[in-house]
Design a protein around this ligand. Structure first.
Ligand SMILES: CC(C)(COP(=O)(O)OP(=O)(O)OC[C@H]1O[C@@H](n2cnc3c(N)ncnc32)[C@H](O)[C@@H]1OP(=O)(O)O)[C@@H](O)C(=O)NCCC(=O)NCCS
Length: 238
């Protein structure tokens, strides 16, 4: 796994500095965990466990879902509850809002991601974080036609870089949508990668919301052999 690191990440997150572990899933858990700052609980799972289940109140959201989508939805909520447990938050339903975003229990915010059989969730307390964004994508280049829709002219990118921008922009959307409450197109968001390696910032190009509301957004990413992962957050009280 190629790892971009920032000085602060070097202290905690550089995979090469983590204790060697033979379990690639435990390594991915550690990498994803360290994308977020302290105060965020993260859970990664490579495959939906047979024992994973929705809470009774959540079942309504799976009506009409095909099997794969129901498993994906269940897997995401399984990770979310594992992540909540890390924060000491008891299991609670995570409803699905009309805009497809998760409705977190009172005092909690978070983000869910899945790609193929992988799923992960990040959660935090709202007294510390306004919002979180997490995205996972399979590694590999983005198709040229899709890249055209994702990449802004000044973000010139080959297929692999376009995949990274795609993941970063999706994580940004998951983080900011609950805040700005409006759709934000890929072309309305520029990704600034000029900071420390492995970090990004969001530069909105839109009149649909006040850029100041997301000015505190910070993000980190990792490009691995299997997955591309992007994480961002807006802290409370800034
Ligand atoms: C919402 C979106 C980002 C989700 O990405 P995806 O590749 O479809 O799916 P992922 O597996 O990465 O994530 C899905 C999860 O995102 C979460 N999600 C969905 N809509 C969301 C929203 N509006 N706000 C926050 N989180 C949302 C859900 O938890 C969902 O999982 P679930 O349905 O099982 O609960 C994407 O579908 C989308 O609409 N993108 C267009 C807007 C955009 O990305 N703009 C970029 C510039 S800011």
């Amino acid at each position: 796994m190629h790892v971009g690191t920032t000085p602060s990440l070097m202290q905690t997150a550089d995979m090469n500095q983590l204790r060697p572990t033979p379990d690639p899933n435990a390594r991915l858990q550690a990498v994803l965990e360290n994308l977020f700052p302290v105060g965020v609980g993260l859970s990664y799972s490579a495959r939906c466990p047979a024992a994973a289940s929705l809470l009774p109140d959540e079942q309504i959201h799976t009506q009409g879902m095909i099997d794969n989508r129901r498993i994906e939805f269940t897997h995401g909520r399984y990770c979310a509850r594992q992540a909540m447990r890390k924060l000491g938050v008891p299991p609670a339903p995570i409803h699905k809002l009309h805009d497809r975003s998760p409705a977190w229990p009172a005092g909690i915010t978070g983000s869910i991601a899945h790609t193929g059989e992988h799923a992960a969730a990040a959660v935090a307390r709202t007294r510390e974080f306004v919002s979180l964004g997490l995205d996972l994508e399979h590694a590999g280049p983005l198709e040229a036609e899709t890249a055209e829709l994702i990449v802004r002219p000044n973000e010139a990118a080959d297929g692999a870089h376009a995949k990274l921008l795609f993941s970063i922009k999706e994580s940004i959307y998951k983080c900011i949508h609950p805040v700005v409450q409006t759709y934000v197109d890929f072309q309305e968001m520029e990704v600034d990668l000029s900071g420390p390696p492995g970090t990004f910032r969001a530069i909105p190009h839109t009149h649909n919301f006040d850029a100041a509301t997301i000015a505190g957004l910070q993000g980190r990413y990792r490009v691995g052999e299997r997955l591309v992962a992007s994480a961002c957050w807006i802290r409370a009280g800034r």
